[in-house]
Design a protein around this ligand. Sequence first.
Ligand SMILES: C[S@@+](CC[C@H](N)C(=O)[O-])C[C@H]1O[C@@H](n2cnc3c(N)ncnc32)[C@H](O)[C@@H]1O
Length: 235
Amino acid sequence: MPNQRNAGASWMPNDPKVGSTLDRLHNESKHDRIVIMQAFPTGLLALIRGRSWFEAVSPWLKYTYVKVGYEAGELMYTTARAINARRIIEFGTGFGFSTIYLAAAVRDNGGGTVITTEIEPTKAQVARRNLADAGLEHFVEIRTGDAMETLRGAPAPVDMVLLDGWNEAYIPLVKMLTPTLRHGSVVFADNVKFFKNALRPYVEHMRNPQNGFVTTTLNAGSGFEYSVYLPTNGR
Ligand SMILES: C[S@@+](CC[C@H](N)C(=O)[O-])C[C@H]1O[C@@H](n2cnc3c(N)ncnc32)[C@H](O)[C@@H]1O
């Protein structure tokens, strides 16, 4: 994952508040490595015992960013601009790094909303502050709680989705959100390479033509599944 913002990303230099907030979060997230190393033995033991890695390490993950990188952020920003996204749904706000890219795109498209959801109230609170620092708070609605509840009945049409929470929820969420997608909506899902085995069923779901997506795996983030909703009924 590149450790620097792409100097060629034309919108960044024009928005110092966004750029400086992203850089601050990037620097703060360097602490993640230490926390993840501390959690490693517990996570490994859980995997060996056939238990959920996320559940086992969740006390540590409360304090980690585990954010998408600059490259993935820039990919989402440029894609959202290309498809004129006005309503974006995000699963996994974290401290708001990815949300900043999504909200900047909605703003630069002329306005709209990012509906994002975070189960950890303290993370949601900090994300709110970070979005305000970036000057983007008016383009984001943070729903605190379990995504399967907070995103139920999400408004349509949805132009873009980012799945970046714990693996188990990807399939149920994409099934829940598919009826809200418009023709040409883009669904990004992070970590499909890092958690290759756990997320294989998700990738298979997106590759099954009956589900209406065309899809490819990119090297951005920790393996980004990039899927476009093109149902054959032409909705
Ligand atoms: C990988 S982090 C998100 C990072 C964020 N997208 C970024 O790039 O800055 C995943 C987040 O999903 C949250 N999460 C996990 N399960 C969730 C659920 N069921 N509902 C809502 N949020 C959840 C975690 O608390 C964690 O903060």
